[in-house]
Write a protein of this length. Sequence first.
Length: 145
Amino acid sequence: MNRRNLLQLTLASAAASVAAPRLAAAEEAPKPAPSMAGGVYFTSDHPGRWSKKVKSHVPQIEKTVGPDGAVTLKITTNHKQYGYEHYIIKHVVLDGDYGFLSETMFDPDKDEPVSSHTLPAGYSGPVYALSMCNKHDLWLAEATV
Ligand SMILES: [Fe+2]
C-alpha cells in the first residue's frame, strides 16, 4: 500500500466513523405520532376514508346567550335518520380539555339529530361537539364561547 492509498483509506475510515452515528441516530429517532383526526375521529379538514360524507356528518354548532348570560349550544347533524339501520346515535359536548359536559342520545324512529346543551355558568373557551353515526363513525367540530 502506497502513501496515497493509505491516506485515502484513513480519510474514508474517519468519514465513516463520523457518519455512522448520525445514521444510527436518525434511524432510532422517534417517529411523530400519527394524528387521530382522519383515523380515529373525523373532521371537515380530516375526513379520512369518509371524504364524501362531510356535509352529512360534521356537527353544526350554533351559540345563543340567554338573558341570564347562560350559553346554550344547538348541535345539528344534517343526516337523515333511517331507523336503526343507519342513524346518528348521539351528540356529545366536551370542554376545552376534552372533558365531558353533556350528551344527547337519539331514538332514530322519532328523533332528528338536533340537540341543545347549556354550558356551565361562566364557561368560556373552546367547546367540541361530537356526532356519532352508526355507519360513518365519530365526527368532531369546534367552536369558541
Ligand atoms: Fe352516516
